[in-house]
Design a protein around this ligand. Structure first.
Ligand SMILES: [Zn+2]
Length: 344
């Protein structure tokens, strides 16, 4: 079978491997039907130290179960499943709390030596807790939107939940990548009245408007803070969805929250300390968020996808086969594409 391996910054290759097989009785083997390239894959794409073994890439997928271990009970051969980006056992106290990304057996596909989903086949540990079966066919028109439930739509929703979006709220979304765009969908879905997107790429902004953004701020730093305040009667927004992870983005997110507001961080932090200690203190700002428990959110978001009320799959503007994956990374990195879907 073939899979995507990153060997160093900018060096993405498609390589041959032996087909994976069941190792633990709780495993499943999943054939990948659709995968994609994530904005977070671009961090190592720009900074990874050379590695001979490399890292198998990809953490978002829809697939078909090809084999299961003897202890697997909730998915079976032939099921079409959503594969959330994190492995979870489904039984520990954190899984019961709906925080599967803190599972005592957590692991992240395509990270730290774990196998990735930009591949033909992959082994899924704790298949019962991890995979979510859906009753649609392999060629269903909804596959792109269902695929976003493995990460970006669940992550955008998590940002909105952590930012305490409520009906009538003023909301800002920092970042116009796929997660930010899904954050716009999530904010609208939760009843936000004003949704300001902070971003500057015309194709992404256009989609943000279609998803429900009411205002655009393309400035950065202090000018962006100024603009958001102008748009919100001088006080800032109730809820900020921080979907970038860079220092300046977090600082801006904190500064545009109104007093008593909340910031939901889902951009993977590219820093050690959270910026904005002083403004967040004096603003009584709640700063929350983290890796989204997308497994928990599938239940809530799935009906809206199946019934067409939300169309997060529109973030995909390019589809490649496995051989096209290296160029897919390049296209996303060059901001030529919003999000690349992979059809192995
Ligand atoms: Zn668990």
């Amino acid at each position: 079978m073939r899979a995507t391996v990153m060997h160093s910054a900018g060096d993405v290759r498609i390589e041959d491997f032996r087909d994976p097989s069941i190792v633990e009785p709780t495993d499943a083997i999943m054939r990948v039907v659709r995968a994609c390239v994530c904005g977070s894959d671009l961090w190592p794409y720009n900074s990874m130290e050379p590695s001979e073994a490399g890292q198998s890439m990809g953490h978002e997928a829809i697939g078909v179960v090809e084999d299961v271990g003897v202890e697997v009970g909730s998915v079976k051969r032939g099921d079409l499943v959503i594969m959330p980006f994190a492995i979870s056992d489904g039984t520990c106290e954190f899984c019961h709390d709906g925080l599967q990304t803190a599972c005592v057996h957590v692991g992240f596909f395509g990270n730290n030596g774990m196998n990735g989903a930009q591949a033909e086949v992959l082994r899924i540990p704790y298949a019962d807790g991890t995979l979510y079966p859906v009753a649609v066919g392999e060629d269903d028109a909804l596959l792109p939107s269902l695929l976003t439930l493995s990460d970006v739509m669940g992550t955008g929703h998590h940002a909105a939940v952590a930012a305490k979006v409520a009906p009538g709220n003023r909301v800002a979304v920092v970042g116009d990548g796929a997660v930010g765009l899904c954050g716009v969908i999530a904010a609208k879905r939760l009843g936000a009245e004003q949704i300001i997107i902070l971003g500057r790429h015309p194709d992404r902004i256009a989609l943000a408007h279609e998803f429900g953004a009411t205002d655009v701020v393309s400035e950065r730093g202090a000018e962006a803070v100024e603009r958001v305040k102008e748009l919100t009667g001088g006080h800032g927004v109730h809820s900020v969805l921080e979907c970038v992870g860079l220092d300046q983005a977090v600082q801006t997110a904190i500064e545009i929250a109104r007093p008593g507001g909340a910031v939901g961080r889902v951009g993977v932090p590219q820093h050690q300390a959270i910026p904005g200690a002083e403004p967040s203190f004096f603003g009584n700002t709640t700063v929350g968020g983290g890796p989204a428990p997308v497994r928990a959110y599938i239940e809530e978001l799935l009906p809206d996808v199946l019934e067409g009320r939300i169309e997060p799959g529109r973030v995909f503007d390019r589809t490649v086969d496995l051989d096209g994956v290296p160029d897919g990374y390049r296209a996303m990195n060059d901001r030529e594409s919003i999000k690349v879907m992979v059809k192995p």
